[in-house]
Design a protein around this ligand. Structure first.
Ligand SMILES: [Zn+2]
Length: 139
């Protein structure tokens, strides 16, 4: 499951609204408790969506950004525990493309942004070869 600070959720919503009608994306930073498979998110770190041709329905993260954020997290004694992105005018469900790039042991927050306003969001995790919604607790 996912535990996430309320402020971080608000931050992601704001970024999603500002980036509309394009997809925005970033990393969830925090810690993982493997004993009960719980990821705790303390920070959101937005990175550039490198997909310019289809930025309205695709996102792509550059490996350099991944390394940069990993380094940032490590210096704080934290780690990357997931990725968030928005679906402008689409539901908060993962797409086939999202599934293709998903990795295990990570949380994937998808926020739907409708007409420029942050709408519903959910967190997903890879279970086998498919996404399952995971429980969320605001902290
Ligand atoms: Zn997506």
């Amino acid at each position: 499951m996912l535990k996430i600070k309320k402020e971080v959720v608000e931050q992601i919503k704001k970024q999603g609204e500002e980036g509309y009608p394009y997809e925005i994306c970033g990393f969830l930073i925090g810690s993982i408790d493997y004993s009960n498979n719980t990821r705790t998110v303390l920070e959101a770190y937005q990175v550039e969506n490198r997909n310019k041709e289809r930025a309205n329905d695709r996102f792509e993260i550059h490996p350099k950004d991944y390394l940069k954020v990993e380094d940032y997290a490590e210096k704080k004694g934290l780690m990357i525990v997931g990725i968030y992105h928005t679906h402008p005018d689409h539901p908060d469900r993962p797409s086939q493309t999202d599934l293709r790039f998903a990795q295990p042991d990570m949380s994937y927050i998808i926020l739907s942004v409708k007409d420029g306003k942050a709408d519903k969001w959910r967190s997903w995790e890879l279970v086998g070869d498919r996404f399952e919604e995971e429980g969320v607790e605001l902290i």
